[in-house]
Design a protein around this ligand. Sequence first.
Ligand SMILES: [Zn+2]
Length: 442
Amino acid sequence: MKLGKDTTSVTTEAAFAQDLIDFVHASPSPFHVVKNIKAKLAGAGFSRLALTDPWALKKGGKYYITRNDSAIIAFFVGSGDVEEEGFRLVAAHTDAPSFRLKPAPEIVAEKAYLKLNTETYDSPILNTWLDRPLSMAGRVSLKTDDPFHPETRLVSFDDPLLVIPNQSLHMNRKVNEGIELDKQKDMLPLLARVTEEFEKGGFLAGLLAEKLGVDVGRVIDFDLFLHEHAKGCLVGLNKEFISSTRLDDLAMVHAGLHALLDAEPGTATSVLACYDNEEVGSRTKQGAGSPIMTTLLERIALSQGKDREDFFRSVYRSFLISADMGHGLHPNAVDKHDPVHRPILNKGPMIKIAANQNFTTDAETAAVYEALCQQEGIPVQRFVSRSDLRGGSTIGPISAGHLDMRSLDVGNPAMAVHSIRELCGVLDHAFIKKSFEAFFGA
Ligand SMILES: [Zn+2]
């Protein structure tokens, strides 16, 4: 039997895809994403800049800043003058659709089951969260002697602690005809079987204190999110697909990070931005809608002895690639795509285009990216929504409101975007990393 297999070697690409799966698994919340990026950057000689310190940056220097512990921007300073060479930016996001724990989340049902009260963070595909062992991760604020500076500690429960069970078919005969899941009623995760004497007050705080090895009185507040406990894997006859949680947008974060680490330092200053809160509109201090990038770019210019005029000149020589996962053709839903542009997994990154400017791509910026890809032998596809379907938006248009520079939106084709398990292509992940590397080093 001849299967007509895709015979392209995936050895190197498979290793890089596995590295992505490991990275996602080790990064169960945006705080952990930032922590893990910091570790990689530190290993590659990047040093941390405090936003509150004065800076004296050197050409060829490698630095990063963080915001809210959930966004991180890393850059290396180009060898040229910033007003002549500008900035090269790749931007992605650290957050993903999930469930966030509400304050005092303990709810006891029938004096027997302890559930946790949550609210949805953006729009997960709800039914994909059912019957999966879940866990929780995030950060905890601990009391100190200084009210303005609580101690922040990251926390990740590595065990499968929680589950949101489906209702049995027999209780829910119409389930296969499609049912609406109520976010408040149907999606609360079960944490424990408890006795009638169970006192729910402060139970979670106690659990956090125990996990962190601190006195429970020090636990003031937390930002905790649920996540899938199981690790992703390569799937398919040739292991050509990546099945994992949070590929949107940790795949782009991972590709951007490795491109920055591997790129040949050029004359322009290369910047990788991993923003938080893209899924909920980006308008937060750690999101793409904040002034953080404009402030950073100006400070990079000023700290090299440039003035504001030089900074403004640098912006008009700059280029932004907004990188977010997109929609590849689904073999069971081929009618959901544009009749002409039907991106296939492993056939290359997609340039995203929308007449309503949900994407910032224009003919000129698409030409720049395509030319770079052609130079590197990277195939490129184009994504446009069906004209009668409303598409999503991303970091590019949000950034365009305050970063007055050429930009386009790209991303790899994926299936099941916003499911607890998303699917993308092994080859595409290597392709897009290579394209960012060429962009940074060009
Ligand atoms: Zn996204």
